[in-house]
Design a protein around this ligand. Sequence first.
Ligand SMILES: Cc1cc2nc3c(=O)[nH]c(=O)nc-3n(C[C@H](O)[C@H](O)[C@H](O)COP(=O)(O)OP(=O)(O)OC[C@H]3O[C@@H](n4cnc5c(N)ncnc54)[C@H](O)[C@@H]3O)c2cc1C
Length: 371
Amino acid sequence: MRHFDAIVIGGGLVGTAIGYGLARAGLRTALLDEGDVAYRASRGNFGLVWVQSKGLGAPHYQRWTRASAAAWPALAAELQLRTGIDVGLEQNGGLQLCLGEEELEKRRAMMQQMQREAGNFGFEYRMLDHPELAGMLPGLGKEVSGASWTPYDGHANSLALFHALHKAFAGRGGTYLPNVTVSDTQAAPSNFRIIAGGQAIDAPKIVLAAGLGNAKLAPLFGLSAPVRPQRGQILVTERTTRAWKLPLGSIRQTPEGTIMLGSSEEEVGFDTGQKPEVMQAIARRAVRTFPWLAELQIVRAWAALRVMPPDGLPIYDESQEYPGAFTANCHSGVTLAGAHANLFAPMVAAGALDPVLAPFSARRFDVSAAA
Ligand SMILES: Cc1cc2nc3c(=O)[nH]c(=O)nc-3n(C[C@H](O)[C@H](O)[C@H](O)COP(=O)(O)OP(=O)(O)OC[C@H]3O[C@@H](n4cnc5c(N)ncnc54)[C@H](O)[C@@H]3O)c2cc1C
């Protein structure tokens, strides 16, 4: 039997950010991951640190996302220092471009609502019109009616982030156990035992961060994580001269010069296939936004599955039946990496989630609780 202070199940972006935070807090931490057979959102995402549309009607989610975005620069600097990996963070705000007046008016109303709901916490935004945007974005299509801007948004190289978190975790003495599919456990309050690769390990704390795998794992620990897959497809162009640095919602140019176009939202279950008609729709919108994009070759395209809770908001919980068991689920694991490493992990290390996370409990889906 190997003893740890904490076990994290799931070595995707969420589990690794939390695992790193736990190891940094001095906990002997084991990070278990299923391996290449798994559905992994962490390897197929768009790389946005995106704040401006998070939490409409749910200001606690806006505050949590903002806290994460605020933690990002320090996390990026710390990872660079500890691992030598530059995660490529550019965080000078972001623009959500709108096509046509109807989209723009909807966006304006949404941003007004976000600001109203933020109350004293504040929500800084601006609406930009076509002429102003045209001065910033070379070759802007005439169909672009305007955009919303907030200073909080950014983007990063999410694969570099993933690599850096793993490396920093190991550097802090964390134990990574790959190719381990957890399907069973012996759970007791503050005492969790798991067979990992033929070897028994135990710890008084456990964090379920297995992405889509959490739906099956959570009930073993008296928790609930009713996440479903939602497919997103992404296209990537060949490299070209850097035309802009701000992420533009579903279009972003990386520092290397490729332009990423994304990403669909499809309810197709566990199907990671690509659909030509969806790829066409993504490309068409991009070309309406910047007609010159039609000249570029698409060099890569993929589909990946988001980890989607029923209402789109993260699920964070601690088990009442088995104290010491926690779960973390979200569809914005890049954006929320700062919060997971710097806020959530310290809560787990301290033994309880902060009341600020109470609205994220899966108990919100409990019909009898809501009645
Ligand atoms: C197309 C697309 C675009 C996206 N764009 C963005 C974006 O721009 N910005 C943003 O913030 N987020 C974005 N996301 C979301 C982000 O990628 C995810 O929120 C994040 O990757 C989820 O990480 P995760 O660790 O929860 O899940 P995953 O990456 O799925 O990792 C879960 C891990 O758990 C392991 N696992 C599963 N079951 C078990 C088990 N039983 N035992 C052991 N291990 C297990 C798997 O091996 C896997 O490695 C996007 C996602 C997609 C699909």
